[in-house]
Design a protein around this ligand. Structure first.
Ligand code: FAD
Length: 621
């Protein structure tokens, strides 16, 4: 049976990667089809109900700067917002929001249903049509054929999905959802390298059975942070409190006693799990000296009693899960609503992709999200957006857009995946970006929105607001640079009272703002008025305060390029280089590269490591 429509782009899967992919392609004017198992699960959070966090919020804000949906949906569904690392430098500051699952999903679905050029169809894709190494379309479970020369696959944890609870296992894409078996088999026929990874989730708990007395409370920040440049606080639903409890000796005993019933430790699970989101049994095993681990108790929404106990992901048998949960303070009588589980799934070696996320072997077939070996909604969303953009560009016979590592975190993510590959689920961290002072979450729009507009991703409203913000920043920066405070003036006295130092010469307001003791508001109002826009003010303040570091980073970038052929002596002692991981030190010591350029090409030697080496060489001649 042939469906009458032909599309420019077909996206398989309505998770975080798929929704951003189809929205991007449709915004760029392509006739786009989103084919997904179930319309009810569009934008579903498979694991914890939170968006953002360290490294991840940078991706969310980049998606937003390119017109994507994730940040705005977070503003509409976020029930607790915090800025992590708020007291540290702006490069590592990261917004994190706890989201109401239902509100978040509703916001994503509303965006999808109102997107021109986008058709949504609920069906499993079971097969792909390939002719002469080019993708031509998709065949669904019902045998319907949809044709397109560009297909973006974003099947998440569903390909060959196998759910484990204790030593029992069954096929599933995630709890309550079917796996993708036929498509998994079909893709294994293509010349792409496939392997298995695993991830896991904790049991969920009924809040009515929890004793919150004496548990540590955690409120969000005030004023409440906003995730999207198109968002605002009025959009936020009611804000709630989270709690904290801890594992204890009893919990750890239960786990140790039952490790032989763990699918991970008995060898039933073959896939490697996420290093930075380990299961509780993994934590007890790996950090045997620790007698307690934090467990954050996060409400799943405003209209449910369901709680997400962040920190006890497990695939131990259900009776053990119950013992683990009830061993903790506040959970003594807890009722488990859903058991925790682990899932194994197919992922494709990302080294078989181009930087556009198109596969090297099948023209027009793009991969994005968890299937490329990543973990996390944000990592998936960013890849989905990029794959959607490049599928649309291909449909329009235009060149692919592949952001560089010094342009965007999504550039870092894709470059890491493609040049290094991955053996374990990859998650983003600020430490992965060697140019992180330039790639801040606060300037994602200034880095990317102009490009987004050029690509056709940015609507008039967002573009106008962006241009206004950019002009306001430039105008105010100019004013601060050209407004002077004379030594001995009443304005200078005000400054002296704050910084406890006499001003002995004239200073521009911009120079004064570089001082750590002075805020933008204090400086801007010395002469004239401060701008009435917190995001403009934030940008001006960060750019002034960190201009020295930013300039140095820029020089570092230039030097990195210039020193590509720097000689590394044969007897170079890598153990002396601070900041290199043991893994990197071992690899370099074993390989003994003759030049920095060669070191750069060794698998596992990140650009961040090269940067550390450069700094060391500079310092020690
Ligand atoms: P998904 O969100 O999985 O979406 C895939 C979509 O594709 C689904 O809508 C599915 O129905 C659809 N689909 C699949 N196959 C087909 C087909 N053949 N035809 C039509 N539609 C199809 N991330 C973390 O960062 N930390 C964690 O601790 C963590 N734990 C997790 C635990 C579990 C149990 C699971 C399931 C996931 C966990 N994740 C975790 C991962 C997180 O959920 C994913 O990274 C993220 O959802 C990936 O987004 P995606 O769009 O690639 O795939």
């Amino acid at each position: 049976m042939i469906f009458p429509e032909r599309f420019d782009v077909i996206v398989i899967g309505g998770g975080h990667a798929g929704t951003e992919a189809c929205l991007a392609a449709a915004r760029m004017g392509c006739k786009t089809l989103l084919l997904t198992h179930n319309i009810e699960t569009l934008g579903q959070m498979s694991c914890n109900p939170a968006i953002g966090g360290i490294g991840k919020s940078h991706l969310v804000k980049e998606i937003d700067a390119l017109g994507g949906a994730m940040a705005l949906a977070t503003d509409k569904g976020g029930i607790q917002f915090r800025v992590l690392n708020a007291r540290k430098g702006p490069a590592v500051r990261a917004t994190r929001a706890q989201a109401d699952r239902i509100l978040y999903k509703a916001a994503i679905r509303e965006t999808l249903e109102n997107q021109p050029n986008l058709w949504i169809f609920q069906q499993a894709a079971d097969d792909v049509i390939v002719e002469n190494d080019e993708i031509r379309g998709v065949v669904t479970q019902m045998g319907l054929k949809f044709f397109a020369n560009q297909v973006v696959l974003t099947a998440g944890t569903f390909l060959g999905g196998l759910i484990h609870i204790g030593l029992q296992n069954y096929s599933g894409g995630r709890a309550g959802d079917p796996p993708s078996i036929a498509l998994s088999k079909r893709l294994r026929e293509l010349p792409l390298r496939v392997d298995r990874l695993k991830t896991g989730t904790p049991p969920r708990i009924d809040a009515r059975t929890v004793n919150f007395d004496g548990l540590e409370k955690q409120w969000g920040d005030t004023p409440v942070p906003v995730m999207s440049v198109r968002g605002n606080r009025a959009m936020h639903p009611r804000q709630i409190c989270c709690y904290m409890t801890h594992t204890n000796e009893k919990t750890h005993d239960v786990i140790r006693r039952n490790l032989d019933r763990s699918p991970m430790y008995s060898g039933v699970i073959e896939g490697i799990g996420p290093r930075y989101c380990p299961s509780i049994e993994d934590k007890i095993h790996r950090f045997a000296d620790k007698d307690s681990h934090q467990v954050f108790i996060e409400p799943e929404g405003l209209t449910t009693h369901e709680l997400y106990p962040n920190g006890i992901s497990t695939s131990l048998p259900f009776d053990v899960q119950l013992e683990i949960v009830r061993s903790m303070k506040g959970f003594e009588n807890a009722h488990i609503l859903r058991p925790g589980y682990a899932i194994e799934y197919d992922f494709f070696n990302p080294q078989d992709l181009k930087h556009s996320l198109e596969t090297r072997v099948i023209g027009g077939l793009f991969f994005a999200g968890q299937i490329n070996g990543t973990t996390g909604y944000e990592e998936a969303g960013a890849q989905g957006l990029l794959a959607g953009i490049n599928a649309a560009l291909r449909a329009q016979e235009k060149e692919a857009w592949c952001p560089n590592r010094d342009q965007a975190y999504v550039g870092v993510l894709v470059d890491d995946l493609i040049t290094l590959g991955t053996k374990e689920p990859y998650r983003m961290f600020t430490s992965r970006a060697e140019y992180r002072l330039l790639l801040r979450e606060d300037n994602a729009d200034l880095r990317l929105t102009e490009k987004g507009r050029e690509l056709g991703l940015i609507g008039d409203e967002q573009w106008q607001a962006f241009c206004e913000k950019r002009e306001n920043i430039a105008r105010e920066q100019e004013r601060l640079k050209s407004t002077w405070i004379q030594a001995g003036s009443p304005e200078a006295e005000k400054v002296e009272a704050i910084i406890n130092t006499k001003l002995i010469r004239e200073y521009s307001l911009h120079d004064l703002l570089k001082r750590p003791e002075l805020t933008y508001d204090q400086v801007a109002t010395l002469k004239g008025e401060a701008v009435n826009d917190e995001f403009v003010a934030e940008q001006i303040e960060i750019e002034a305060k960190y201009s020295g570091y930013i300039d140095r980073q820029q020089e570092e970038i230039d030097r990195l390029r210039a020193y590509e052929n720097t000689i590394l002596p044969d007897d170079f002692d890598y153990s002396l280089v601070e900041g290199l991981s043991n893994e990197v030190k071992q690899k370099l010591s074993a390989a003994r590269p003759q030049t920095l350029a060669r070191a750069q090409r060794i698998s596992g030697i990140t650009p961040a490591a090269i940067s550390q080496l450069l700094m060391y060489l500079k310092k020690h001649g």
